[in-house]
Ligand binder design. Structure first.
Ligand code: UDP
Length: 339
């Protein structure tokens, strides 16, 4: 039984491949390496003792995707991570984002039908909720207009799956709406490797602590939150990876309540930027220069998940503490920088 993991050399993808292999699944990765390195395969192998099969091509190419399904005719399910994900860049390159993220999904759905691959787990995001009126957000919370083309690709991909599942009873999809994935594998063999200046908070913190960046800018301290800085639900990447394995099991064991489902994947707890920064300094006993600057445009004030439904239905719960997670992030950064 083979699982196709698209984007399997990327940040969340690589951690998920490890967890799938730990559970005895055979994995084939498709990745065009546009935002990841081939060496990740070596490190996956170091952790699990198994080297996953690998094919390098772009899933937005229909013919290549079709040829892939012809060659790999024993695939039971797909986990689809491969997508562009930089919010800011998506504003400048909206067409590239729509083409890449939507067409890849459509090519995969087409292949699923043609080659009888019934199951797909899809990387969605809590960005589909925008700034919710009521917190925490449940799966019933209405979606809001996306703030960026990137966010819009997630909403549209969800709609594509919903509509396709409606008219194809033999196709099953689960969208996992991630909150903020952070941290790295405990071995520090895989983790997040942003290209250039990181946009996300934790890579910026770890790079600043490692001396690559002068100072962390905290975007805004006049939000309506306890300490004025924005609040997010930070989920450990290994916990998140395990949620994908559980979603695959749910489909293979035919436990789905409908052939299109979606779940929040978070911890259920909100941390402010300032709380996270202070926790990082304390846990890792490092200095970190930071200053408060103006708000970042497009940022929401606060969001965290109600995980009740996902916990019950998937039988999955985030387990790692924020301390463990921030320690793993720092261990990874030190390893990468040779510190
Ligand atoms: N943030 C910050 N400084 C940075 C990067 C991020 O203060 O250098 C804040 C950002 O404004 C948000 C939170 O950290 O409130 C999480 O940002 P991130 O980009 O990691 O995730 P988002 O929730 O925006 O997708």
């Amino acid at each position: 039984m083979q699982i196709l993991v698209t984007g399997g050399t990327g940040y969340i993808g690589s951690h998920t491949v490890v967890e799938l292999q730990n559970q005895g699944y055979d994995v084939v990765i498709v990745d065009n390496l546009s935002n990841s390195q081939i060496e990740v395969l070596d490190n996956i192998e170091k952790i699990t003792g198994i080297r996953p099969a690998f094919e390098q091509f772009d899933l937005s190419e229909r013919d290549k995707t079709d040829a892939f399904f012809k060659k790999y005719n024993n695939i039971s399910a797909i986990i689809h991570f491969a997508a562009f994900k930089a919010v800011g860049e998506s504003v400048q390159k909206s067409l590239e984002y729509y083409r890449n993220n939507l067409v890849s999904l459509m090519n995969l759905l087409e292949g699923m039908k043609k080659y009888s691959v019934p199951h797909m787990v899809f990387s969605s995001s809590c960005t589909v909720y925008g700034q919710p009126d009521v917190l925490p957000v449940t799966e019933e919370t209405p979606r809001k207009e996306a703030e960026s083309p990137y966010g819009n690709t997630k909403a549209i991909c969800e709609d594509i799956m919903r509509d396709y599942c409606k008219s194809n009873e033999d196709i099953n999809c689960i969208a996992l709406r991630y909150f903020n994935p952070i941290g790295a594998h405990e071995t520090a063999l895989i983790g997040e490797l942003p290209v250039g200046v990181p946009n996300n908070l934790v890579p910026f913190i770890t790079q600043t602590a490692a001396g690559l960046r002068e100072e962390l800018s905290i975007f805004g301290d006049n939000y309506n939150t306890e300490d004025g800085t924005a609040v997010r639900d930070y989920i450990n990447v290994v916990d998140l990876a395990k949620a994908h394995v559980v979603a695959i099991d749910r489909m293979l064991k035919e436990k789905q309540k409908a052939n299109y489902e979606y779940f929040n994947v978070g911890t259920g707890e909100g941390y402010s930027v300032m709380q996270l920064v202070k926790a990082f300094i304390e846990v890792n006993k490092v200095d970190l220069k930071y200053k408060v600057v103006g708000r970042r445009s497009g940022d929401i004030e606060k969001i965290w998940a109600d995980t009740t439904y996902g916990n019950k239905e998937l039988g999955w719960k985030a387990e790692k503490t924020i301390e463990e997670t921030l320690s793993s992030a720092w261990k990874w950064e030190k390893k990468v920088r040779g510190l």
